[in-house]
Design a protein around this ligand. Structure first.
Ligand code: DMJ
Length: 670
């Protein structure tokens, strides 16, 4: 091979070609090479006149212009199609965001919409997307497509708004994942950031009404998370699936045999942002929580802890598993109401469907029969089955009409046959009566402040407290709530009474007299002093206040039989309400002291916390070897909420806490 061009003289003005030997021969055979064709075209072009060439060039130019124009108009449909899909992308991310990441783990809620028709006025209380969207990304739940379509048919624009809003949130979540107010950096997975963020001065609502951005968790909240994890470690290692941890003997105790601590702690884990722990517990509930058991349970305790815990977890997570379990236990507890008076028995065998009073009496405790209403009413609302609400409302109506009250104060016992109060003449805000008062107010709030009898009974009772039970101690003049027995005042106050400042503050927040707030402020100071004046900085179960100044005596006296501490929540609970409603940081500081003292005297190094026998002996507080389920269900939850500045972290205008700290929706939120 050689280059023919190199051999032939160069064609000066227009082209150079490379010819193969055959081409160079040029004669005889058919030659259709591109070069040959180009050359002959060029010759033809040269042979044309100038005019002909101009016309051809003009035609080419014209065709080129037409081509460009038609290309542009043909592109329009493509362009609009592209725009459409990006619009869709803008709305669509809401769906993946709500998508059930692991359907086997978290089935989508089912009942929510189905029930809207049964209780139309209550429908706003169904789990709402914004709540679900604040859950961790792997626990996010997608509403069934069917529901979305249904809603679209009836309220297209609302859905569009929700989608747009959801999209905005989705975009925010790309940089910061918010889960129940806890903020988790995407790369930190479950670990909340080691926060250097300064606490803000007040709860966010007090400064910025309607603030929507999640407030980052702070160092005190981190300390609560750490405490919870430590407690959970003990439970997981030594008591998994059992009722209570015995942290010293590294074993467990059984009460009902229903994993009480685990259920009580579910919504706390959700609120604290402990998604791995939550998921593990959720699997236990799905696979191992069985109520078909021949076991006697206490109606009140299983209602507030199990039914309440399952319902609130359902509302927070939107996971229908918890509603199914709630229905199951709710149904199994119903035989308790089959009594001559409709005042329920204290105990139910949830496997056999039988109920009975305690062996020694046919009485029930007043607080017990009047502190199951929030849960059963909510169960009716969710299931559309009225029987639950009917049963508990009947109890309240009956108690409303009963004689034997003293200015709204109730005795501690009620007979299940006669329906009458028994042991008349003894009045306390402590054990056996406490949550009767709490639930009067909270039912009224839950039901949208319409049930006047509940409010009447509550207001009257607080007047009764003021008239008969309030006194001031010496030397500090602490206002406290004592007891009345057949006309005799006793300066005895249970730690349990420390729920009262929180309840009073909640009432004042809901429009009741400002007087109640004043009393709440005085009482929470007293409850704090029940810790502060004690050697370990932890309150005993019961105190007696000094009514007369005596040299060297404090306000608080403790009897040997009363100096135990069961890790109870009431003071921390009230501190939480007081901080939410006033923004006064001293309440946070008091709670912080209490947490530190729990860590100092009740923490068991191998995992868990223990109740102690002697709050007066710092060198040996005598551990009792038991961690009550309410330490995780209530005490640590209220601590976490107390240290939070995010009023939307369980907004008190949308949720009402049951007496075991399980938040349930207010039916007509403020
Ligand atoms: C909890 O079970 C509930 O708060 C109940 O109302 C009273 N006792 C404990 C906590 O102290």
């Amino acid at each position: 091979m050689y280059s023919a061009a190199a051999a032939s003289p160069p064609r000066r003005d227009f082209i150079s070609v490379t010819l193969s030997p055959e081409e160079a021969v040029g004669v005889g055979g058919y030659n259709n090479s591109k070069a040959w064709r180009r050359r002959s075209c060029w010759r033809k072009w040269k042979q044309l006149s100038r005019l002909q060439r101009s016309i051809i060039l003009f035609l080419f130019a014209f065709l080129a212009v037409c081509g460009v124009v038609s290309f542009t108009s043909m592109g329009e449909p493509w362009k609009s199609l592209t725009n459409k899909s990006s619009d869709e992308q803008r709305t669509e991310p809401e769906i993946p965001a709500l998508k059930l990441v692991n359907p086997a783990v978290l089935p989508a809620p089912q009942k929510a919409d189905a029930n809207a028709g049964d209780y139309p006025e209550l429908s706003p209380q169904q789990p709402k997307m914004p709540h679900i969207r604040r859950s961790p990304s792997n626990l996010q739940i997608k509403p069934p497509r069917r529901d979305v379509r249904l809603k679209t048919r009836h309220a297209t624009s609302k859905i569009v708004e929700e989608l747009v809003q959801a999209d905005k949130e989705e975009k925010t979540e790309k940089s910061v994942i918010s889960w129940r107010g806890a903020v988790i950096e995407p790369d930190q997975s479950t670990e909340p950031p080691s926060s250097k963020i300064k606490e803000s001065e007040k709860p966010s609502s007090l400064e910025a009404e309607g603030q929507k951005e999640p407030v980052p968790i702070n160092e005190r909240q981190m300390a609560v998370i750490e405490a919870f994890r430590h407690a959970w470690k003990g439970y997981k290692d030594f008591a998994w699936g059992h009722d209570e941890l015995k942290p010293l003997s590294k074993s467990y105790s059984e009460w009902f045999g229903l994993g009480l601590t685990l259920i009580d702690a579910l919504d706390t884990m959700w609120i604290l942002g402990l998604k791995e722990e939550f998921e593990e517990a959720r699997i236990w509930v799905a696979n191992d929580l069985v109520f078909d058991k021949n076991v006697d349970v206490n109606l009140f305790e299983s209602t507030i802890r199990i039914l309440g815990g399952l319902l609130s977890t359902y509302h927070l997570s939107g996971d229908s598993l918890f509603l199914e379990k709630a229905k199951d236990i709710g149904n199994r507890l119903m035989p308790a109401f089959k009594t001559p008076s409709k005042i329920p028995y204290s105990d139910v065998n949830i496997g056999r469907g039988t109920a009975h009073p305690p062996r020694w009496t046919s009485d029930s405790t007043v607080a017990e029969v009047t502190s199951i209403q929030l849960e059963f009413r909510e169960l009716s609302r969710l299931t559309g089955d009225e029987k639950f609400q009917k049963a508990v409302d009947e109890v309240m109506k009956h108690v409303h009409t009963l004689s034997g009250k003293n200015d709204g104060l109730v005795p501690m016992f009620i007979n299940t046959n006669s329906g009458q109060f028994t042991h008349l003449g003894v009045y306390t805000l402590g054990a056996r009566a406490d949550s009767y008062y709490e639930y009067l107010l909270k039912q009224w709030i839950q039901g949208g402040k319409k049930e006047n009898e509940l409010l009447e009974d509550y207001m009257r009772a607080i007047e009764g407290v003021k008239k008969h039970l309030l006194q001031r101690s010496q030397p500090k003049k602490l206002t406290f709530v004592g007891e009345l027995a057949h006309g005799h005042f006793s300066a005895k106050m249970d730690h349990l009474v420390c729920f009262l400042p929180g309840t009073l503050a909640l009432g004042a927040h809901n429009g009741l007299t400002a007087d109640h707030m004043k009393l709440a402020e005085a009482l929470i100071e007293t409850c704090y002093q029940m810790y502060e004046q004690v050697e370990t900085g932890l309150s005993p179960e019961i105190v007696h206040f000094n009514l007369h100044a005596q040299k060297g005596h404090k306000d608080v006296e403790i009897k040997p039989a009363d100096r135990h501490n069961l890790l109870r929540p009431e003071t921390v609970e009230s501190l939480f309400y007081m901080y939410r409603f006033t923004g006064d940081k001293k309440y946070q500081d008091w709670g912080w002291e209490i947490l530190q003292n729990f860590n100092k005297y009740t923490r068991v190094p191998t995992g868990g916390y223990t109740s102690i026998n002697n709050v007066q002996n710092p060198s040996n507080p005598e551990p009792r070897d038991k961690m009550e389920s309410f330490f995780l269900g209530e005490t640590l939850k209220y601590m976490f909420l107390l240290f939070s500045d995010d009023v939307d972290l369980i907004n008190l205008d949308k949720f009402v806490f049951n007496t075991e700290a399980h938040p349930l929706p207010i039916w007509v939120p403020a």
